[in-house]
Ligand binder design. Structure first.
Ligand SMILES: O=P(O)(O)OC[C@H]1O[C@@H](O)[C@H](O)[C@@H]1O
Length: 284
């Protein structure tokens, strides 16, 4: 967690803090009141990729509010908004995870919350004072990908209905030059298993780029890459905002040739590279 403080002249400095957990796992955090004397605004940047970080964030805000003036604005940047995929009740009896997480964030009363490439429109609608930086804007940071898309070297693949709006926006950025082909995925709502994947267009002889928000275990992209290669696609690449890669990168071997992802979920130096996959981390 990176904490920045701003004085009234807009000068920025990084705030140090002590942080440890008790042997039973409970978090402890302490800021130096002296370092906050001239602070008018605080900005917290955190990759919320595990639950203990949520507690640490809550502790940090509590500590900061105790030693700053009431007028001090506290802003939050959480590139990866956790639980965003649980944005509807698919089967009766489930929790609405996105709302649970949004309620926690809202309870901390931030002046502004920034997230990147929200999974759907639901989380931005639930979080107060939120800015969602769309995938098409993040793409601006990747020179290579911009170039390849602008010259029509890649055909965009939207892996499911949820991703199609985002993929079309990327194509529109380049005046429709990259062709967009829609794919269709059916999941078992109870187990999350993928039952069916089909590509609704001709990919023969084309270099394709699958664009989506999250790659977790990678099943969506493994199944899709198999179909794409079977139907004659040449290079199959992946542009993913949030690279969780919970099953590692080896699972894509022989199927995905190139992966572009941002450092939203983990810092760039923590990605385990795979010699067979050309992995490019877009550092923000
Ligand atoms: O197939 P894995 O990588 O586990 O899950 C990622 C997919 O699940 C969706 O919600 C994401 O938007 C993406 O399409």
């Amino acid at each position: 967690m990176k904490v920045l403080s701003y004085d009234s002249a807009g000068n920025k400095s990084q705030l140090d803090y002590d942080n440890f957990s008790f042997s039973g796992g409970e978090e402890h955090i302490r800021f130096s009141p002296a370092s906050l004397l001239h602070t008018v605004k605080i900005e917290i940047f955190e990759r919320l990729n595990d639950s203990s970080k949520v507690i640490r964030l809550m502790m940090a805000v509590d500590a900061l509010r105790r030693i700053t003036a009431e007028s001090t604005a506290i802003e939050l940047v959480i590139p990866y908004f956790p639980y965003a995929r649980q944005d509807r009740v698919c089967v009766e009896g489930e929790a609405l995870g996105a709302a649970v997480m949004a309620n926690i964030i809202n309870s901390l009363n931030f002046s502004k919350v920034t997230i990147w490439d929200s999974h759907s429109d639901v989380s931005p609608a639930l979080i107060h004072r939120v800015t969602n930086i769309e995938q098409v804007a993040l793409l601006g940071r990747c020179e290579e990908l911009n170039k390849r898309l602008s010259v029509g070297e890649l055909t965009l693949i939207s892996p499911d209905a949820g991703a199609s709006k985002k993929t079309l926006k990327i194509s529109e950025k380049f005046n429709g030059v990259p062709e967009v082909i829609q794919a269709h995925k059916v999941r078992d709502l109870k187990t999350g298993d993928i039952i069916k994947t089909e590509v609704l267009g001709d990919v023969k002889g084309k270099n394709v780029l699958i664009a989506d928000d999250i790659c977790d275990g990678g099943r969506t992209f493994i199944e899709l890459a198999k179909v794409l290669k079977n139907e004659g696609a040449l290079e199959v690449s992946l542009f993913i905002t949030h690279g969780i890669f919970s099953k590692g990168l080896d699972v894509f071997e022989g199927l995905i040739d190139h992966i572009y992802t941002t450092d939203s979920f983990r810092p760039a130096n923590e990605f385990k590279s795979n010699s067979d996959i050309n992995l490019q981390i877009i550092e923000m």
